[in-house]
Design a protein around this ligand. Structure first.
Ligand code: ISL
Ligand code: CA
Length: 544
């Protein structure tokens, strides 16, 4: 049976604000992306996921939309977008857009109307309940730690939001509202886009207001009963197009996932981003990824969707720090070992812009360099608690999502070749060495390694069809697994630590016929006892 196109595809996430500025205003834009299509084509990726490009007051960098069918002027025009879509397609690259339908901006015309009066036709596009300035309809807390409610004196009611107050949640119980959203979805699909990444989609249904979240503050809006009806309605639209969909679906467990992603079951979407594998260890301000925790989560998702459903694979995105810092030691070696550890799992791999260069966290020295609202809010909270500014800065900048939002590093210039103006966010000083131009002329660069990985993945059906098995399951530093097809087997071994490790391979893997396929180190032979230097990564293959 032929596989759907997205099973053998590599995704690349573009954060438009920070990718490439074409007009010198310091903000990345659509023309900038068009300019860099040849780079992406050469890298070998098949589709781009674009973070929101819609009109937005920008309280949450585009995740607060005021016009679903309009382009943010800073990014360009609808004509620019159509040109991007066309040029991308000419280059064999598909485009998927962010679909943000859990909430809108409070500046969206629907909400402006909704706020006006209790009998406004748009009132029930959002969720309102009786309240008093100091008494909210219930005690639920939002993702930012504040109440999910904001009081509005005009009608003496409060409206509901799981994110910032400027991001009021849409009322999915209202069929009229849903129909308008579906119309918008169809409008984009008719324009010819290739799919959607569905933002915060597992939160669209809420428990009744008298529900008590007890110890789990967010359980009131995580994959709540009733969501299936809305997901099924969207699926029926998606199924009319040859597109791909990926749901950001925290709260959907690995056991429930096949129901969401298997077309023979409910099949709402093609794959989901789980948010569980970012297992952290360490004190605030110095946390790292816990390798054992992470590989257990990833393995569980691999197994639970092995024969039913499909995984989306990622380490980085616009909400997380750079993996080469929080798991690696900011070297070429660690960036490449880390890359190998997830790239050959079963699923569709996503690369976040700059990850393919080994980009690292930004060395924040002042709160003024921090853009993210949530981080700034937490900083002030820590100061109020009596923490010293330096310590508070450490704690919030260590894991802030701002690290992933510094400009893409195109060359060694102080402005990284990102802009000729003043970049909206500081450029990481290591652009002097970590950048596309330099890595292009170095055969041992992270960039070259990614290109090689992509080529290998696409040449080997085993990575689509083959089963996954974790080896050395209890090893705290080494992430190693096999991918096995009917006639071929791969073994991937990565030391995700900065110390040497000695491992003993299970007997069934100790054979003579292994061939080296990919490596960032000097190991050439697979022996039953294997010495791994810090951040060594190797992949062997054999016929079976
Ligand atoms: O479920 C969560 C935590 O367990 C939330 O993190 C949530 O699913 C996630 O933060 C959603 O993120 C997305 O929506 C946000 C936006 O700020 C992020 O950038 C986006 O990725 C609001 O639209
Ligand atoms: Ca610009």
């Amino acid at each position: 049976m032929s596989q759907p196109w997205w099973k053998n595809a590599i995704g690349y996430q573009v954060y438009p604000r920070s990718f490439k500025d074409s007009n010198g205003d310091g903000i990345g834009d659509i023309q900038g992306i068009i300019e860099k299509l040849p780079y992406l084509k050469k890298l070998g990726i098949d589709f781009i996921w674009l973070n929101p490009i819609y009109k937005s007051p920008n309280v949450d960098n585009g995740y607060d939309i005021s016009d679903y069918e309009g382009i943010q002027p800073e990014f360009g025009t609808m004509a620019d977008f159509e040109e991007l879509l066309k040029q991308a397609h000419v280059n064999g690259i598909k485009i998927i857009l962010d679909l943000v339908v859990n909430h809108t901006s409070d500046q969206h015309p629907w909400f402006i109307e909704s706020k006006k009066s209790k009998d406004n036709p748009y009132r029930d596009y959002y969720m309102w309940a009786d309240a008093m300035p100091d008494k909210m309809p219930n005690n639920w807390t939002s993702f930012s730690g504040n109440s999910t409610w904001t009081y509005d004196p005009t009608t003496q009611q409060a409206y509901f939001h799981v994110f910032a107050p400027q991001q009021p949640d849409l009322n999915w119980r209202n069929p009229k509202m849903r129909e308008e959203i579906y119309e918008m979805i169809r409008w984009w699909l008719e324009l010819g886009i290739d799919g959607f990444r569905m933002d915060a989609i597992s939160h669209i249904q809420k428990e009744p207001w008298d529900y008590d979240p007890k110890d789990d503050p967010w359980s009131a809006f995580m994959n709540v009963k009733g969501i299936d009806d809305y997901m099924a309605e969207m699926r029926d639209i998606f199924n009319q197009y040859n597109i791909m969909t990926v749901g950001e679906a925290s709260g959907v467990t690995s056991k429930q996932a096949p129901n969401w992603t298997d077309p023979n079951k409910k099949g709402y979407v093609n794959m989901i981003f789980e948010l569980e594998h970012n297992v952290r260890k360490g004190n605030p301000g110095e946390e790292r990824i816990d390798v054992l925790g992470m590989k257990k989560v990833l393995s569980r998702w691999q197994k639970d969707q092995e024969n039913s459903g499909w995984n989306a694979l990622y380490y980085e995105n616009h909400d997380n720090p750079r993996i080469n810092t929080i798991l690696g030691n900011e070297t070429v070696k660690s960036a490449t070992a880390i890359a190998m550890s997830y790239f050959f799992l079963k699923g569709t791999p996503f690369i976040y812009q700059g990850q393919e260069l080994g980009m690292t966290n930004y060395p924040f020295t002042s709160i003024d360099q921090v853009d993210d609202d949530e981080s700034r809010w937490r900083y002030n909270q820590l100061l109020e608690k009596g923490e010293k500014p330096q310590q508070a800065l450490n704690e919030i900048t260590h894991w802030t999502r701002d690290h992933s939002r510094t400009p893409m590093q195109w060359d060694s210039d102080a402005k990284a070749g990102f802009t000729t103006g003043t970049p909206w966010m500081e450029v990481n000083p290591n652009t002097s060495t970590v950048n596309v131009a330099t890595e292009e002329s170095d055969n041992h660069s992270v960039l070259k390694f990614y290109r090689e990985m992509i080529a290998i993945r696409k040449a080997e059906p085993t990575f689509i069809e083959g089963s996954y098995d974790l080896i050395l399951p209890d090893d705290k530093n080494v992430f190693a697994y096999t991918r096995t097809n009917k006639d071929k087997q791969f073994v991937i071994i990565t030391n995700l630590s900065d110390t040497a490790q000695t491992i003993n391979l299970p007997d069934e893997l100790v054979t003579e016929n292994w061939q080296l396929r990919l490596s960032n180190t000097s190991i050439t032979k697979l022996t039953s006892e294997l010495e791994l230097a810090p951040f060594d990564g190797v992949m062997f293959e054999r016929s079976i």
